[in-house]
Ligand binder design. Sequence first.
Ligand SMILES: Nc1nc2c(ncn2[C@@H]2O[C@H](COP(=O)(O)OP(=O)(O)OP(=O)(O)O)[C@@H](O)[C@H]2O)c(=O)[nH]1
Ligand SMILES: [Mg+2]
Length: 418
Amino acid sequence: MFVDEISVEVYGGKGGDGVAVYRREKYVEYGGPWGGNGGNGGSVIFVGDEGKSTLIDLRYMRHIKAKPGERGRTKGQHGASADDTFVKVPLGTIIFTEDKSLKIGEITKQGEKVVVAQGGKGGRGNIALATHKNPAPDYAENGDPGVYRRIVVELKVLADVGLIGYPSVGKSTILSVVSNAKPKIAAYPFTTLHPNLGMVEVGESSFVLADLPGLIENAHLGLGLGIQFLRHIERCRIFIHVVDLTRDDPYDDYVKINHELEMYDEDLLKRPQIVVANKIDMPGNEEKLKKLEENIKMPLITISAHQRKEIDTLLYLALETLQNAPKVEEKTPDYVKNYTLESEEPNFILTKQEDGSFDLTGNKLKLIFERTDFTKDEAVKRFARQLRSMGIDEALRKEGAKNHDTVRIFTYEFEFIE
Ligand SMILES: Nc1nc2c(ncn2[C@@H]2O[C@H](COP(=O)(O)OP(=O)(O)OP(=O)(O)O)[C@@H](O)[C@H]2O)c(=O)[nH]1
Ligand SMILES: [Mg+2]
Protein backbone atom coordinates (compact mmCIF):
# COMPACT_ATOMS: atom_id res chain seq x y z
CA MET A 1 0.00 0.00 0.00
CA PHE A 2 1.15 3.50 -0.68
CA VAL A 3 1.51 5.56 2.46
CA ASP A 4 1.65 9.26 2.04
CA GLU A 5 0.88 10.74 5.41
CA ILE A 6 1.52 9.22 8.75
CA SER A 7 1.62 10.40 12.31
CA VAL A 8 4.31 9.10 14.64
CA GLU A 9 5.53 9.82 18.14
CA VAL A 10 9.18 10.59 18.57
CA TYR A 11 11.09 10.63 21.86
CA GLY A 12 14.53 12.09 22.33
CA GLY A 13 16.54 10.14 24.91
CA LYS A 14 16.73 11.54 28.44
CA GLY A 15 20.06 13.01 29.44
CA GLY A 16 21.92 10.99 32.06
CA ASP A 17 21.83 12.36 35.60
CA GLY A 18 24.93 13.94 36.99
CA VAL A 19 26.21 12.43 40.24
CA ALA A 20 27.26 13.88 43.55
CA VAL A 21 30.12 11.94 45.13
CA TYR A 22 33.29 12.88 46.98
CA ARG A 23 36.81 11.86 46.57
CA ARG A 24 37.93 9.58 49.35
CA GLU A 25 41.42 8.34 48.95
CA LYS A 26 44.07 7.20 51.32
CA TYR A 27 46.39 10.15 51.23
CA VAL A 28 43.96 12.82 50.20
CA GLU A 29 42.94 14.62 53.31
CA TYR A 30 40.07 16.72 52.04
CA GLY A 31 38.13 14.86 49.43
CA GLY A 32 36.65 17.25 46.93
CA PRO A 33 33.62 16.68 44.70
CA TRP A 34 34.19 13.89 42.28
CA GLY A 35 30.91 13.26 40.44
CA GLY A 36 30.91 13.31 36.66
CA ASN A 37 28.31 14.68 34.29
CA GLY A 38 25.62 12.55 32.73
CA GLY A 39 25.87 11.80 29.01
CA ASN A 40 23.54 13.44 26.51
CA GLY A 41 20.48 11.52 25.39
CA GLY A 42 20.32 10.41 21.77
CA SER A 43 18.22 12.29 19.24
CA VAL A 44 15.80 10.89 16.72
CA ILE A 45 17.06 11.94 13.29
CA PHE A 46 15.46 11.41 9.92
CA VAL A 47 17.89 10.95 7.07
CA GLY A 48 17.20 11.05 3.34
CA ASP A 49 17.65 7.80 1.44
CA GLU A 50 17.17 7.62 -2.32
CA GLY A 51 16.48 3.91 -2.06
CA LYS A 52 13.19 4.50 -0.28
CA SER A 53 10.08 5.56 -2.10
CA THR A 54 7.41 5.28 0.55
CA LEU A 55 6.87 5.93 4.25
CA ILE A 56 5.77 2.37 4.82
CA ASP A 57 8.59 1.73 7.32
CA LEU A 58 7.22 4.38 9.63
CA ARG A 59 3.92 2.57 9.75
CA TYR A 60 5.64 -0.21 11.63
CA MET A 61 7.38 2.03 14.10
CA ARG A 62 4.75 4.37 15.37
CA HIS A 63 6.84 5.23 18.45
CA ILE A 64 10.45 6.03 17.80
CA LYS A 65 12.57 6.28 20.92
CA ALA A 66 16.19 7.32 21.12
CA LYS A 67 18.38 5.96 23.89
CA PRO A 68 19.05 7.76 27.18
CA GLY A 69 22.46 9.09 28.11
CA GLU A 70 24.45 7.29 30.78
CA ARG A 71 24.58 8.50 34.36
CA GLY A 72 27.69 10.32 35.39
CA ARG A 73 30.21 8.26 37.32
CA THR A 74 32.52 8.65 40.18
CA LYS A 75 36.17 9.63 39.74
CA GLY A 76 35.01 12.55 37.66
CA GLN A 77 34.09 10.35 34.73
CA HIS A 78 31.30 11.47 32.48
CA GLY A 79 28.55 9.12 31.45
CA ALA A 80 28.59 8.17 27.80
CA SER A 81 26.29 10.05 25.43
CA ALA A 82 23.80 7.82 23.67
CA ASP A 83 24.00 7.19 19.94
CA ASP A 84 21.40 8.94 17.85
CA THR A 85 18.62 6.90 16.32
CA PHE A 86 18.51 7.29 12.56
CA VAL A 87 15.42 6.61 10.50
CA LYS A 88 15.75 6.40 6.73
CA VAL A 89 13.06 8.23 4.82
CA PRO A 90 12.52 8.86 1.10
CA LEU A 91 13.53 12.11 -0.54
CA GLY A 92 10.63 14.54 -0.56
CA THR A 93 9.63 13.76 3.02
CA ILE A 94 8.22 16.73 4.90
CA ILE A 95 7.90 16.74 8.67
CA PHE A 96 5.28 18.83 10.42
CA THR A 97 4.19 19.38 13.98
CA GLU A 98 1.10 17.46 14.99
CA ASP A 99 -1.42 20.04 13.84
CA LYS A 100 0.59 20.74 10.68
CA SER A 101 0.89 24.44 11.50
CA LEU A 102 4.67 24.32 11.65
CA LYS A 103 7.12 22.66 9.34
CA ILE A 104 9.94 21.03 11.27
CA GLY A 105 11.92 20.19 8.18
CA GLU A 106 12.06 18.72 4.72
CA ILE A 107 14.39 16.17 3.23
CA THR A 108 15.25 16.57 -0.42
CA LYS A 109 18.76 15.17 -0.75
CA GLN A 110 20.49 11.87 -0.15
CA GLY A 111 21.94 11.88 3.37
CA GLU A 112 20.18 15.08 4.41
CA LYS A 113 19.29 15.05 8.10
CA VAL A 114 16.53 16.55 10.17
CA VAL A 115 16.48 16.22 13.95
CA VAL A 116 12.88 15.46 14.82
CA ALA A 117 13.38 14.95 18.57
CA GLN A 118 16.43 16.30 20.30
CA GLY A 119 17.91 14.25 23.11
CA GLY A 120 18.18 15.83 26.56
CA LYS A 121 21.44 17.28 27.82
CA GLY A 122 23.22 15.32 30.50
CA GLY A 123 23.00 16.77 34.02
CA ARG A 124 26.12 18.21 35.60
CA GLY A 125 27.87 16.29 38.32
CA ASN A 126 29.07 17.97 41.50
CA ILE A 127 32.53 18.69 40.04
CA ALA A 128 30.99 20.89 37.40
CA LEU A 129 28.64 22.50 39.90
CA ALA A 130 31.38 23.50 42.35
CA THR A 131 31.76 27.23 42.77
CA HIS A 132 33.91 29.48 44.86
CA LYS A 133 31.15 29.85 47.42
CA ASN A 134 30.24 26.20 47.40
CA PRO A 135 33.31 24.21 46.48
CA ALA A 136 31.81 20.86 47.42
CA PRO A 137 28.12 20.73 46.51
CA ASP A 138 26.29 17.66 47.74
CA TYR A 139 23.90 17.63 44.86
CA ALA A 140 23.99 17.11 41.14
CA GLU A 141 21.73 18.01 38.23
CA ASN A 142 19.29 15.59 36.72
CA GLY A 143 19.57 15.03 32.98
CA ASP A 144 17.15 16.99 30.80
CA PRO A 145 14.23 15.09 29.38
CA GLY A 146 14.41 14.48 25.65
CA VAL A 147 12.01 16.26 23.34
CA TYR A 148 8.77 14.36 22.95
CA ARG A 149 6.40 15.23 20.19
CA ARG A 150 3.88 13.82 17.84
CA ILE A 151 4.76 14.62 14.26
CA VAL A 152 3.07 14.28 10.94
CA VAL A 153 5.26 12.96 8.16
CA GLU A 154 4.18 13.60 4.64
CA LEU A 155 5.46 12.37 1.32
CA LYS A 156 4.28 13.59 -2.00
CA VAL A 157 4.88 11.19 -4.83
CA LEU A 158 8.18 12.14 -6.40
CA ALA A 159 7.25 11.08 -9.87
CA ASP A 160 8.40 12.89 -13.00
CA VAL A 161 5.58 11.59 -15.12
CA GLY A 162 2.02 10.95 -14.01
CA LEU A 163 -0.59 8.76 -15.68
CA ILE A 164 -3.95 10.48 -15.47
CA GLY A 165 -7.39 9.70 -16.82
CA TYR A 166 -10.77 8.21 -16.02
CA PRO A 167 -10.97 4.92 -14.11
CA SER A 168 -10.45 1.71 -16.11
CA VAL A 169 -8.81 3.38 -19.12
CA GLY A 170 -5.69 1.26 -18.62
CA LYS A 171 -3.31 3.43 -16.58
CA SER A 172 -2.15 0.60 -14.34
CA THR A 173 -1.84 -1.70 -17.33
CA ILE A 174 0.50 0.79 -18.97
CA LEU A 175 2.62 1.07 -15.82
CA SER A 176 2.80 -2.71 -15.60
CA VAL A 177 4.12 -3.11 -19.13
CA VAL A 178 6.75 -0.36 -18.94
CA SER A 179 8.19 -1.00 -15.47
CA ASN A 180 8.67 -3.68 -12.84
CA ALA A 181 5.77 -2.33 -10.82
CA LYS A 182 2.91 -4.74 -10.28
CA PRO A 183 -0.17 -2.61 -9.81
CA LYS A 184 -3.57 -4.19 -9.46
CA ILE A 185 -5.43 -4.29 -12.77
CA ALA A 186 -9.12 -5.03 -13.08
CA ALA A 187 -12.16 -4.26 -15.19
CA TYR A 188 -13.90 -2.19 -12.55
CA PRO A 189 -13.43 1.49 -11.74
CA PHE A 190 -11.20 2.63 -8.88
CA THR A 191 -9.06 -0.46 -8.89
CA THR A 192 -6.08 1.71 -8.02
CA LEU A 193 -6.63 3.25 -4.59
CA HIS A 194 -3.15 4.65 -4.01
CA PRO A 195 -0.50 5.86 -6.42
CA ASN A 196 1.94 3.21 -7.60
CA LEU A 197 5.41 4.13 -8.71
CA GLY A 198 7.55 2.47 -11.32
CA MET A 199 11.01 3.12 -12.64
CA VAL A 200 10.95 3.27 -16.42
CA GLU A 201 14.15 2.68 -18.34
CA VAL A 202 14.41 4.19 -21.79
CA GLY A 203 17.72 3.54 -23.49
CA GLU A 204 20.34 5.03 -21.18
CA SER A 205 17.90 7.20 -19.29
CA SER A 206 15.11 6.58 -16.86
CA PHE A 207 12.24 8.33 -15.16
CA VAL A 208 9.74 7.64 -12.42
CA LEU A 209 6.22 7.01 -13.60
CA ALA A 210 3.25 7.25 -11.27
CA ASP A 211 0.04 5.40 -11.85
CA LEU A 212 -2.56 7.57 -10.21
CA PRO A 213 -6.05 6.62 -9.12
CA GLY A 214 -8.72 7.39 -11.71
CA LEU A 215 -10.29 10.83 -11.77
CA ILE A 216 -13.91 11.61 -12.45
CA GLU A 217 -15.93 14.74 -12.92
CA ASN A 218 -15.91 16.96 -9.84
CA ALA A 219 -12.91 15.19 -8.36
CA HIS A 220 -11.77 18.65 -7.33
CA LEU A 221 -14.88 18.84 -5.14
CA GLY A 222 -14.09 15.50 -3.54
CA LEU A 223 -16.00 13.14 -5.83
CA GLY A 224 -14.64 9.65 -6.46
CA LEU A 225 -11.31 9.34 -4.75
CA GLY A 226 -11.28 13.08 -4.92
CA ILE A 227 -8.93 15.81 -3.99
CA GLN A 228 -6.51 13.71 -1.98
CA PHE A 229 -5.13 12.29 -5.19
CA LEU A 230 -5.04 15.50 -7.08
CA ARG A 231 -2.41 16.42 -4.53
CA HIS A 232 -0.17 13.68 -5.84
CA ILE A 233 -0.30 15.15 -9.28
CA GLU A 234 1.31 18.39 -8.16
CA ARG A 235 4.89 17.24 -8.46
CA CYS A 236 4.67 15.49 -11.83
CA ARG A 237 6.45 17.49 -14.49
CA ILE A 238 4.51 15.99 -17.37
CA PHE A 239 1.37 13.93 -17.72
CA ILE A 240 0.46 10.97 -19.83
CA HIS A 241 -3.23 11.51 -20.26
CA VAL A 242 -4.86 8.19 -21.07
CA VAL A 243 -8.19 7.95 -22.87
CA ASP A 244 -10.06 4.75 -23.58
CA LEU A 245 -11.27 4.08 -27.12
CA THR A 246 -13.99 1.74 -25.87
CA ARG A 247 -15.71 4.52 -23.95
CA ASP A 248 -18.53 6.51 -25.57
CA ASP A 249 -16.67 9.71 -26.23
CA PRO A 250 -12.96 9.70 -25.39
CA TYR A 251 -12.59 13.30 -26.53
CA ASP A 252 -15.24 14.43 -24.09
CA ASP A 253 -13.42 12.47 -21.35
CA TYR A 254 -10.21 14.26 -22.21
CA VAL A 255 -11.87 17.67 -21.93
CA LYS A 256 -13.46 16.79 -18.61
CA ILE A 257 -10.28 15.52 -16.99
CA ASN A 258 -8.43 18.64 -18.04
CA HIS A 259 -11.21 20.69 -16.57
CA GLU A 260 -10.69 18.90 -13.24
CA LEU A 261 -6.98 19.70 -13.32
CA GLU A 262 -7.75 23.31 -14.04
CA MET A 263 -10.29 23.59 -11.25
CA TYR A 264 -7.79 22.17 -8.79
CA ASP A 265 -4.89 24.33 -9.87
CA GLU A 266 -4.79 26.09 -13.21
CA ASP A 267 -1.01 25.81 -13.36
CA LEU A 268 -1.40 22.07 -13.85
CA LEU A 269 -2.78 22.70 -17.32
CA LYS A 270 0.45 24.40 -18.34
CA ARG A 271 2.41 21.21 -17.84
CA PRO A 272 3.12 19.22 -20.99
CA GLN A 273 0.76 16.36 -21.75
CA ILE A 274 0.99 13.43 -24.06
CA VAL A 275 -2.41 12.05 -24.94
CA VAL A 276 -2.56 8.30 -25.25
CA ALA A 277 -5.54 6.63 -26.90
CA ASN A 278 -5.52 3.13 -25.43
CA LYS A 279 -7.23 -0.14 -26.42
CA ILE A 280 -6.77 0.26 -30.18
CA ASP A 281 -7.03 -3.54 -30.30
CA MET A 282 -10.78 -3.23 -29.74
CA PRO A 283 -13.04 -2.82 -32.77
CA GLY A 284 -15.20 0.17 -33.67
CA ASN A 285 -12.96 3.06 -32.76
CA GLU A 286 -12.40 4.91 -36.10
CA GLU A 287 -14.88 7.70 -35.48
CA LYS A 288 -13.69 8.29 -31.94
CA LEU A 289 -10.08 8.36 -33.05
CA LYS A 290 -10.89 10.83 -35.79
CA LYS A 291 -12.55 13.17 -33.33
CA LEU A 292 -9.51 13.01 -31.08
CA GLU A 293 -7.09 13.71 -33.93
CA GLU A 294 -9.11 16.66 -35.13
CA ASN A 295 -9.51 18.34 -31.78
CA ILE A 296 -6.47 17.63 -29.68
CA LYS A 297 -3.58 20.04 -30.11
CA MET A 298 -1.19 18.00 -27.96
CA PRO A 299 0.89 15.05 -29.14
CA LEU A 300 -1.39 12.03 -29.55
CA ILE A 301 -0.29 8.41 -29.65
CA THR A 302 -2.52 5.42 -30.25
CA ILE A 303 -1.54 2.29 -28.36
CA SER A 304 -2.66 -1.04 -27.09
CA ALA A 305 -1.28 -1.70 -23.64
CA HIS A 306 -2.49 -5.29 -23.88
CA GLN A 307 -0.70 -5.98 -27.12
CA ARG A 308 2.21 -3.69 -26.24
CA LYS A 309 1.66 -1.75 -29.43
CA GLU A 310 3.48 1.58 -29.79
CA ILE A 311 4.69 1.43 -26.21
CA ASP A 312 8.26 2.33 -27.17
CA THR A 313 7.09 5.31 -29.21
CA LEU A 314 5.28 6.50 -26.11
CA LEU A 315 8.29 6.07 -23.85
CA TYR A 316 10.71 7.90 -26.12
CA LEU A 317 8.29 10.76 -26.54
CA ALA A 318 7.74 10.88 -22.76
CA LEU A 319 11.48 11.04 -22.15
CA GLU A 320 12.01 13.78 -24.69
CA THR A 321 9.09 15.79 -23.34
CA LEU A 322 10.38 15.38 -19.82
CA GLN A 323 13.86 16.57 -20.74
CA ASN A 324 12.39 19.77 -22.16
CA ALA A 325 9.86 20.32 -19.41
CA PRO A 326 10.41 23.07 -16.86
CA LYS A 327 11.12 22.20 -13.25
CA VAL A 328 8.10 22.21 -11.01
CA GLU A 329 8.02 24.96 -8.41
CA GLU A 330 7.23 23.78 -4.93
CA LYS A 331 4.28 25.47 -3.38
CA THR A 332 4.35 25.53 0.37
CA PRO A 333 1.02 26.59 1.76
CA ASP A 334 1.16 30.09 3.23
CA TYR A 335 0.06 29.00 6.64
CA VAL A 336 3.09 26.80 7.09
CA LYS A 337 5.79 28.62 8.97
CA ASN A 338 9.24 27.25 9.37
CA TYR A 339 9.88 25.89 12.78
CA THR A 340 12.66 27.62 14.62
CA LEU A 341 14.40 26.64 17.77
CA GLU A 342 14.49 30.09 19.28
CA SER A 343 11.08 30.09 20.73
CA GLU A 344 9.44 33.37 21.46
CA GLU A 345 8.11 31.96 24.66
CA PRO A 346 8.59 33.83 27.91
CA ASN A 347 10.83 32.29 30.58
CA PHE A 348 7.81 31.47 32.68
CA ILE A 349 4.06 31.96 32.80
CA LEU A 350 2.54 33.10 36.06
CA THR A 351 -1.17 32.86 36.76
CA LYS A 352 -3.04 33.76 39.89
CA GLN A 353 -5.64 31.18 40.88
CA GLU A 354 -9.05 31.92 42.33
CA ASP A 355 -8.08 30.59 45.74
CA GLY A 356 -5.26 33.16 45.92
CA SER A 357 -2.48 30.71 45.13
CA PHE A 358 -0.10 31.05 42.16
CA ASP A 359 0.66 28.76 39.29
CA LEU A 360 3.96 28.80 37.42
CA THR A 361 4.51 27.02 34.12
CA GLY A 362 6.49 27.44 30.91
CA ASN A 363 9.00 25.35 29.01
CA LYS A 364 12.12 27.15 30.19
CA LEU A 365 11.05 26.92 33.79
CA LYS A 366 10.26 23.28 33.22
CA LEU A 367 13.80 22.62 32.11
CA ILE A 368 15.28 24.08 35.30
CA PHE A 369 12.68 22.20 37.31
CA GLU A 370 13.50 18.85 35.70
CA ARG A 371 17.19 19.35 36.28
CA THR A 372 16.73 19.75 40.00
CA ASP A 373 17.13 16.90 42.40
CA PHE A 374 14.53 17.89 44.99
CA THR A 375 15.73 15.33 47.50
CA LYS A 376 18.79 17.48 48.15
CA ASP A 377 18.53 20.64 50.19
CA GLU A 378 21.34 22.37 48.37
CA ALA A 379 19.76 21.62 45.03
CA VAL A 380 16.45 23.06 46.16
CA LYS A 381 18.20 26.23 47.35
CA ARG A 382 19.88 26.53 44.01
CA PHE A 383 16.54 26.12 42.30
CA ALA A 384 15.21 29.01 44.40
CA ARG A 385 18.15 31.18 43.33
CA GLN A 386 17.51 30.33 39.71
CA LEU A 387 13.87 31.36 40.06
CA ARG A 388 14.95 34.65 41.58
CA SER A 389 17.36 35.39 38.76
CA MET A 390 14.63 34.63 36.21
CA GLY A 391 12.60 37.40 37.84
CA ILE A 392 9.98 35.09 39.31
CA ASP A 393 10.12 36.54 42.84
CA GLU A 394 9.62 39.99 41.49
CA ALA A 395 6.75 38.89 39.28
CA LEU A 396 5.07 37.19 42.23
CA ARG A 397 5.39 40.31 44.33
CA LYS A 398 3.92 42.37 41.53
CA GLU A 399 0.96 40.02 41.37
CA GLY A 400 0.42 40.59 45.08
CA ALA A 401 2.03 37.50 46.57
CA LYS A 402 2.42 37.70 50.36
CA ASN A 403 4.33 35.68 52.90
CA HIS A 404 3.20 32.01 53.04
CA ASP A 405 1.14 32.16 49.85
CA THR A 406 1.18 28.90 47.92
CA VAL A 407 3.11 28.76 44.66
CA ARG A 408 2.59 25.70 42.50
CA ILE A 409 5.41 24.75 40.12
CA PHE A 410 4.44 21.70 38.11
CA THR A 411 4.19 18.85 40.62
CA TYR A 412 5.52 20.72 43.66
CA GLU A 413 4.02 23.30 45.96
CA PHE A 414 6.18 25.93 47.60
CA GLU A 415 5.59 28.65 50.10
CA PHE A 416 6.33 32.21 49.14
CA ILE A 417 8.71 33.67 51.73
CA GLU A 418 9.60 37.34 51.72
N1 LIG B 1 -8.72 -4.49 -24.74
C1 LIG B 1 -7.88 -3.87 -23.96
N2 LIG B 1 -8.09 -3.80 -22.63
C2 LIG B 1 -7.20 -3.15 -21.88
C3 LIG B 1 -6.05 -2.52 -22.41
N3 LIG B 1 -5.37 -1.95 -21.41
C4 LIG B 1 -6.06 -2.21 -20.27
N4 LIG B 1 -7.17 -2.96 -20.56
C5 LIG B 1 -8.17 -3.46 -19.58
O1 LIG B 1 -8.89 -2.39 -19.02
C6 LIG B 1 -9.27 -2.68 -17.67
C7 LIG B 1 -8.83 -1.58 -16.75
O2 LIG B 1 -7.42 -1.50 -16.73
P1 LIG B 1 -6.58 -0.82 -15.57
O3 LIG B 1 -5.18 -0.78 -16.04
O4 LIG B 1 -6.88 -1.45 -14.28
O5 LIG B 1 -7.23 0.62 -15.61
P2 LIG B 1 -6.88 1.93 -14.71
O6 LIG B 1 -6.92 3.11 -15.60
O7 LIG B 1 -5.66 1.70 -13.93
O8 LIG B 1 -8.16 1.98 -13.76
P3 LIG B 1 -8.32 2.60 -12.27
O9 LIG B 1 -7.20 2.08 -11.45
O10 LIG B 1 -9.62 2.08 -11.81
O11 LIG B 1 -8.32 4.07 -12.43
C8 LIG B 1 -8.63 -4.01 -17.34
O12 LIG B 1 -9.60 -5.01 -17.48
C9 LIG B 1 -7.56 -4.15 -18.38
O13 LIG B 1 -7.26 -5.51 -18.67
C10 LIG B 1 -5.85 -2.62 -23.84
O14 LIG B 1 -4.86 -2.11 -24.41
N5 LIG B 1 -6.79 -3.28 -24.53
MG1 LIG C 1 -5.36 1.56 -11.98
